[in-house]
Design a protein around this ligand. Structure first.
Ligand SMILES: *[C@@H]1O[C@H](CO)[C@@H](O)[C@H](O)[C@H]1NC(C)=O
Ligand SMILES: *[C@@H]1O[C@H](CO)[C@@H](O)[C@H](O)[C@H]1NC(C)=O
Ligand SMILES: *[C@@H]1O[C@H](CO)[C@@H](O)[C@H](O)[C@H]1NC(C)=O
Ligand SMILES: *[C@@H]1O[C@H](CO)[C@@H](O)[C@H](O)[C@H]1NC(C)=O
Ligand SMILES: *[C@@H]1O[C@H](CO)[C@@H](O)[C@H](O)[C@H]1NC(C)=O
Ligand SMILES: *[C@@H]1O[C@H](CO)[C@@H](O)[C@H](O)[C@H]1NC(C)=O
Ligand SMILES: *[C@@H]1O[C@H](CO)[C@@H](O)[C@H](O)[C@H]1NC(C)=O
Ligand SMILES: *[C@@H]1O[C@H](CO)[C@@H](O)[C@H](O)[C@H]1NC(C)=O
Length: 354
């Protein structure tokens, strides 16, 4: 009797969550729509999941049929070169929709009004696409206001988003257009995380580039081609982390040290900076930086407001370095003193040989 009840209730639960097998309207056949545990907390969440459906008509033909209850929309791994205006049904209110993932869709262009009706979306992923946001000939930004309907946006993920053919040797054109996009929105009020990883960026144009995003807390720039420390964070009161790992930073001169230390406004907590896996040239020019690290990690400074340099054990020397050596956290200063001694000896020897 009990077991029959249990079986019945299981069937009931499955049919109420699963609908006719997948719970989706016919236009989204193949997708999964329904409540399931989601995220690290496993909270029951209404997920509409159209991953790898090989959809290749225009995106709005599918997205206009997304169930109104949807909280998380995964439209990943399809083929949508153009995102046209009004992706969602404009007659509906998607009040619960807080996360939209449009990664891996081969997106090349986005219409200025594509994201209308997404005012509740907090997290937007556009990772791994082929996007151009400026005109090939005029270099002007095509739709400066594309992000402006996203009135609640807290996380913008643009990892490997932009066209390599367009921007490979043109970081500045990309950066100028991103500046236009941020300038034409109120993202400065809401945005807490910006991910620009893996976009072949060689420069951010200005050390003040992020100042227009005054609420930003986390900046992710890993896996680009930046050659110097690029950010003056004195304008960013809430900033808590900058990830610059796996770039092309060769040295950290006094100006870079000043940039890390700069905090014109009183910062709320410590700033965490990750510089691991950069090809540091390990010679004497790095000594001031390592003295700085030693100073800020020493117990004598008030540790609440000084920057924290993360993953020092993953610092590495480029093969062009005068002396190549594994720098481990504990023996950092010893190694560097040793480097400078070896360096001096080598110079003296060269002198003597002459
Ligand atoms: C979405 O669907 C894909 C492919 O079926 C699956 O691998 C993934 O785990 C699903 N994600 C969620 C959150 O249900
Ligand atoms: C679009 O998808 C359908 C069904 O998977 C397929 O038959 C068609 O060849 C695809 N068209 C393009 C242009 O990829
Ligand atoms: C959009 O929503 C309205 C109101 O619910 C509905 O009548 C209409 O059929 C929907 N359009 C599409 C394309 O689903
Ligand atoms: C990316 O888009 C450009 C046009 O902007 C096109 O020439 C190129 O073939 C596309 N690359 C891929 C991998 O789809
Ligand atoms: C980018 O610049 C490098 C070096 O200047 C050059 O070898 C490469 O061909 C350029 N690539 C493109 C796509 O223009
Ligand atoms: C920013 O917000 C203000 C006040 O809510 C509004 O007047 C203005 O039009 C918004 N700007 C943009 C670009 O959305
Ligand atoms: C950072 O910017 C502030 C404000 O523009 C400026 O006063 C300060 O000198 C800058 N810091 C560095 C190291 O350039
Ligand atoms: C060490 O750090 C403290 C706190 O940031 C600073 O006041 C002091 O000038 C630094 N000393 C050196 C030698 O860098």
């Amino acid at each position: 009797m009990y077991s029959q009840l249990i079986i019945l209730s299981i069937i009931f639960i499955e049919s109420s969550f699963g609908g006719g097998g997948d719970g989706c309207p016919p236009q989204l056949s193949g997708c999964e729509c329904g409540i399931r545990p989601y995220g690290t907390s496993g909270r029951p969440t209404y997920v509409t999941n159209c991953t790898n459906q090989q959809f290749n008509q225009s995106a709005e033909q599918y997205m206009r049929h997304v169930p109104i209850e949807t909280e998380v929309l995964l439209m990943v791994g399809n083929l949508f070169p153009q995102l046209s205006r009004n992706l969602l049904n404009q007659s509906e209110r998607y009040d619960k929709l807080y996360m939209v993932d449009l990664s891996r869709n081969g997106i090349e262009t986005i219409h200025g009004q594509a994201f209308h009706n997404m005012r509740s979306v907090q997290i937007l992923h556009l990772d791994h696409n082929n996007l151009s946001i400026s005109d090939q000939h005029s270099k002007q930004t095509i739709h400066p206001r594309i992000f402006s309907p996203l009135k609640s946006l807290e996380e913008l993920h643009l990892r490997n988003t932009f066209s390599k053919t367009r921007y490979l040797n043109n970081s500045i054109e990309l950066i100028n257009s991103l500046t236009d996009l941020f300038h034409s929105t109120n993202l400065s009020l809401t945005l807490k995380l910006l991910n620009l990883e893996s976009n072949h960026l060689t420069s951010l144009g200005s050390e003040q580039f992020f100042c227009q995003l005054s609420s930003i807390q986390r900046i992710r720039l890993a896996d680009n081609l930046l050659t110097t420390y690029p950010i003056n964070s004195s304008c960013l009161r809430w900033l808590s982390s900058i990830d610059l790992s796996s770039n092309m930073i060769v040295s950290m001169d006094q100006h870079s040290i000043d940039l890390i230390g700069s905090s014109g406004m009183e910062r709320i907590g410590s700033l965490h900076v990750d510089l691991s896996d950069n090809p540091f040239r390990c010679d004497c020019s790095l000594l001031p930086f390592f003295r700085y690290i030693r100073n800020i990690t020493s117990a004598t400074v008030d540790i609440r407001h000084v920057p924290k340099i993360e993953h020092v054990q993953r610092f590495r020397c480029s093969h062009q370095s005068t002396v190549s050596i594994d720098i481990k956290e504990n023996i950092l200063m010893i190694s560097l003193n040793w480097i400078s001694i070896v360096h001096r000896r080598q110079r003296q020897q060269r002198h003597q040989h002459r």
